[in-house]
Write a protein that binds this ligand. Structure first.
Ligand SMILES: Cc1ncc(COP(=O)(O)O)c(C=O)c1O
Length: 399
C-alpha cells in the first residue's frame, strides 16, 4: 500500500516549509562538494550568548533535567513578564504566560485555542510561510490581505476593515518576515482602531522585535492600543534575538483563559518545553543585552552591504527593510522569459551560482525572492556578487 495515499485528508492541502526544504537541498549540494552559500535560512549565524550556555550547563549539573510545570518554570515566566513590562510596556503575570517549543508552537497553540474549524483568520500577505499552513492545520481558513511594495508592505487600514468582516482572528507580524517592514506607532494605532470595530482575536508575532534598523522602533500592538489587550495573544521567542534557534524557546502571553487553553493544548501535545533550555532562556533574558547589541551591529552592517550591492541593479525594486534580517526584492522584470517564475529563478541561481534564496511564492508574492543576510560578511559579499552577476547574465524578460 502507498503510505502517502493513506495519510489524513486534512494534510493534503498543507504545503511543506519552503525555507526548510531549501536548506535540505543546499545541504545535499554541499555534501557533494559544491561551494554553496545559503541565504535561505531564517537563522542567526552567531553563537548563543555565553550566559545562556553556562546556565544550561549549570541546569544539567544541578539535576534540572526533569519535567517542569507544563507552561514553564515559574521563575522563567516571571522573567518573561518582567521583559514584557520593561521592553514592551505590557503587564502580564506569570499565570498569563505559556513557554513553548519555539514561537512556532506558541502560534499553533494560540490558533488551536482560538479557532474552530471553518473560522476565518486574516493574514497580511506577503506572510511568513507557517501562518496559513498552521491556520489550515487547525481546520480554519486563511484569508489573505494583500500588501504591496508601494505601501512598504504594510497593511492598509481600509482593506483590513473589509477583510475582517466575518473573521475570527487577525495575524500581525512586525518586524515582518519576509519583508522586513516595521510599522510605526501611528500605523499600528490606525490598524488598532479598525480591529476595535471588529469582534476578533489578534495574534501578534513579535519575534523580530529586537532587530530594527535606521532609527525604526518596535511597538507591541496591545501596548499601542491597550483596549486590545484582552483579545490579543503576544507571541515571542528567543530564536532570533538571542541566536537560540536550536534551544526551541518561545512563549505566548495572553489573558488568563486563553493562556490556560494554550496550556491545555500543550499538556496533551508536548508537556513542558525542554527544562535545560528554560534555564538558558531565563539567563539570556536577564543578562544578554550586550550580546544582542553586538549581533544587531553586525546585522546592520550586512543589511547595508545588501542595499549597496543591489542599489545599482536595474530592474530590481527593493523596499529597504527596517527590521528582521531579510530582504525581499521584486525581481519580476526577470520573470516570464528565461524564468517562468521566481521558483525557477531560485533553482537556476542555486544551480549556476551556488546561492540559495527562497522564492517569494512561498510567502505569497511570486514577484519576489527572499534573501536572509544572517551569514558572515565575507560569504554575504560573495553571494551578492554572484547574484548581481547572475541577474546581469540573464536577459530580463519584461524589462
Ligand atoms: C515570523 C516568525 N515567527 C515565528 C518563527 C518561529 O521561531 P521559533 O519557532 O524558532 O521560535 C519564525 C522563524 O522563522 C518567524 O520567522
Amino acid at each position: 500500500m502507498n503510505a502517502r495515499l493513506n495519510v489524513a485528508h486534512h494534510l493534503q492541502s498543507i504545503t511543506p516549509s519552503a525555507p526548510l526544504a531549501l536548506m535540505q537541498k543546499a545541504a545535499v549540494l554541499k555534501e557533494q562538494g559544491r561551494d554553496i552559500i545559503s541565504l535561505g535560512a531564517g537563522e542567526p549565524d552567531f553563537e548563543t550568548p555565553r550566559v545562556a550556555r553556562e546556565a544550561a550547563h549549570r541546569a544539567i549539573d544541578s539535576g534540572r533535567t526533569h519535567y517542569t510545570p507544563c507552561p514553564g518554570e515559574k521563575s522563567l515566566r516571571v522573567a518573561i513578564a518582567a521583559k514584557l513590562a520593561r521592553d514592551n510596556g505590557l503587564r502580564y503575570d506569570a499565570g498569563e504566560i505559556v513557554v513553548s517549543n519555539g514561537a512556532k508552537q506558541a502560534l499553533y497553540g494560540a490558533f488551536l485555542a482560538l479557532l474552530d474549524p471553518g473560522d476565518v483568520a486574516v493574514i497580511p500577505s506577503p506572510y511568513w510561510v507557517t501562518y496559513p499552513e498552521a491556520v489550515r492545520l487547525v481546520g480554519a481558513t486563511p484569508r489573505l490581505l494583500p500588501m504591496d511594495a508601494a505601501s512598504g508592505f504594510k497593511p492598509d487600514p481600509d482593506r483590513l476593515d473589509q477583510a475582517l468582516r466575518g473573521a475570527r482572528l487577525f495575524v500581525f507580524n512586525s518586524p515582518s518576515n519576509p519583508t522586513g517592514a516595521v510599522l510605526t506607532r501611528a500605523e499600528i494605532a490606525a490598524l488598532g482602531q479598525v480591529l476595535l470595530r471588529h469582534d476578533c482575536w489578534v495574534v501578534t508575532d513579535e519575534i523580530y522585535e529586537k532587530l530594527v534598523f535606521d532609527g525604526a522602533a518596535h511597538h507591541s500592538l496591545p501596548a499601542v492600543v491597550p483596549a486590545l489587550r484582552e483579545r490579543t495573544v503576544v507571541v515571542n521567542g528567543l530564536s532570533k534575538a538571542y541566536a537560540m534557534t536550536g534551544w526551541r524557546m518561545g512563549y505566548a502571553a495572553a489573558p488568563r483563559p486563553v493562556a490556560e487553553a494554550i496550556e491545555l493544548v500543550q499538556s496533551h501535545v508536548s508537556s513542558n518545553a525542554c527544562s535545560i533550555s528554560q534555564h538558558a532562556a531565563q539567563a539570556a533574558l536577564e543578562h544578554a543585552d550586550s550580546d544582542i547589541a553586538a549581533m544587531l551591529a553586525a546585522f546592520a552592517r550586512r543589511r547595508r552591504l545588501v542595499l549597496d550591492a543591489f542599489a545599482g541593479v536595474r530592474g530590481m525594486t527593493l523596499v529597504p527593510p527596517q527590521g528582521a534580517f531579510y530582504v525581499f526584492p521584486d525581481i519580476s522584470a526577470w520573470l516570464g522569459g528565461t524564468f517562468a517564475d521566481a521558483t525557477a529563478l531560485c533553482e537556476r541561481l542555486l544551480d549556476e551560482q551556488g546561492v540559495a534564496a527562497v522564492s517569494g511564492s512561498a510567502f505569497g508574492d511570486p514577484r519576489c525572492i527572499r534573501l536572509s543576510y544572517a551569514t558572515s560578511d565575507e560569504r554575504l559579499a560573495q553571494a551578492l556578487e554572484r547574484i548581481v552577476r547572475f541577474l546581469a547574465a540573464h536577459p530580463a524578460g519584461r524589462r
